[in-house]
Ligand binder design. Sequence first.
Ligand code: BYC
Ligand code: FE
Ligand code: FE
Length: 474
Amino acid sequence: MAIDYQERIPNNVDLAENRTLQRALEHWQPHFLDWWRELGPSDFLDADIYLRTATSVDAKGWASYGTVKMPDYRWGIFLADAIPDRRIGFGDEYGKPVWQQVPGEHRSTLRRLIVTQGDTEPASVEQQRLLGHSCPSLYDLRNLFQVNVEEGRHLWAMVYLLHAYFGRDGREEAEELLARHSGDRNKPRILGTFNEPISDWLSFFMFTYFTDRDGKFQLKSLAESSFDPLSRSCNFMLTEEAHHMFVGETGIGRVIRRTLEVMKELGTEDPAAIRAKGAIDLPTMQRYLNFWFSSSLDLFGAENSSNAASYFATGIKGRPDEANYPDHICRDGSFHLEMPDGKGGVAAEDVPMRNAMNEVTRTAYIRDCEIGVKRWSRLIAKAGYAQELKLPSERFRRSIGVWASQPIDPEGCLIPTAEYQAKLAGWLPSENDRSFIKSLMHRVTEPGKMAAWIAPPERGINNLPVEYEYVHLH
Ligand code: BYC
Ligand code: FE
Ligand code: FE
């Protein structure tokens, strides 16, 4: 169905047909806009930004580009088209028709998952709110705002589900989504990574590469859900997610390209010399990567999770790309899970397959992360250097699951606790790294010009030149 932009809340769910729901959402809308003004991108309310907006939900032509001021962006409710006669794809109810309403017995579980998903979206906008002031170019500034408005829309997607299917509790949860704040001591966001500050653009690129990619895999899992409106919401959100990860992958790639240029120019790999030239040395990038990758791994939950088993059994949350697995029931299978043996070594246990679904999803995520990291390392190798960027072990610096709080080095080896404590700071961004990166963060706003620490992108947005004025500041 086409998206109706005449409505106060653009939508393709026939909102006008359900007055009560429409009124409830129109009541929430000004609260959202207040939140955006207060905790969304700081300043820039008046800037004209070249943004894409969804005009339809089909794969080919959903995006239309135009100049918009952010507060006038048309946030709305867009579900992917329904699949006729869709059937439950996994778990104990396999093959039965999907649910168009929430079954009573799954109500609180589904609400909690939708709230957790919804909570991350405004959290990321809050985390990124000051970045505009130090943008490395207008191109990057525009990409930041594109990501921000879409995360705002992802919040709308979850709030719609809460309002439409969860009655009064749903409406209360929708208010709470605007009341918790990233990093707030009293009312923090739900998941760890979304309370970490993103105070520089290197962190932003790492976040969009690693943490938005958790979004991709969680959304894929929820897109398998038997609760059809959730599935359709997530399917459309996934089409927007690709750009967020693109921003991360190309952002880090461009930082590397610039660093390699400086290394060539100076004829040295010495971090101090590279820094003196205003570029970011590769070991510093590795430390940022270690931080954001390990934090994002925790977002998949525990390796052995009775929650995950029950989501799968009941059909609430599947595996990403469930259709690619041969067995959709997984009642008998087991998963070989390694864990610390408590004596400084590693033990293994066979756990029921369904309990290992978080780990299955995390493994698919890690494989996807590898692709970009390999591409970055190829850039370095092609420039003739032996340094490389790599993913630390999935066991390194974990806070959730069997490896939580274990003294493990980036190679994945258990090491003596004292050695771990002495070395950990060196594997992560230090105060010195952070203040150096911060010293590079100066706003560049001349069309086509780039900050000295990042190379220009290979192409502009929507076939426009890189020099295009993607954001017009007043
Ligand atoms: N931090 O049994 P377990 C995105 C909790 S990103 C804090 O393993 P489960 C985006 C857990 O809640 C995608 N707490 O849990 C990206 C549980 O608590 P309770 C977001 C954590 O349920 C960038 C307990 O530990 N979407 O869209 O199997 C920009 C035991 O764990 C953490 C979703 O997450 C953590 N990291 O798995 C913008 C999808 N990890 O119940 C947006 C919805 C676990 O004992 N969420 N815990 O109090 C879920 O599917 C599940 O809640 C999780 C956890 C996969 C997160
Ligand atoms: Fe999102
Ligand atoms: Fe995203």
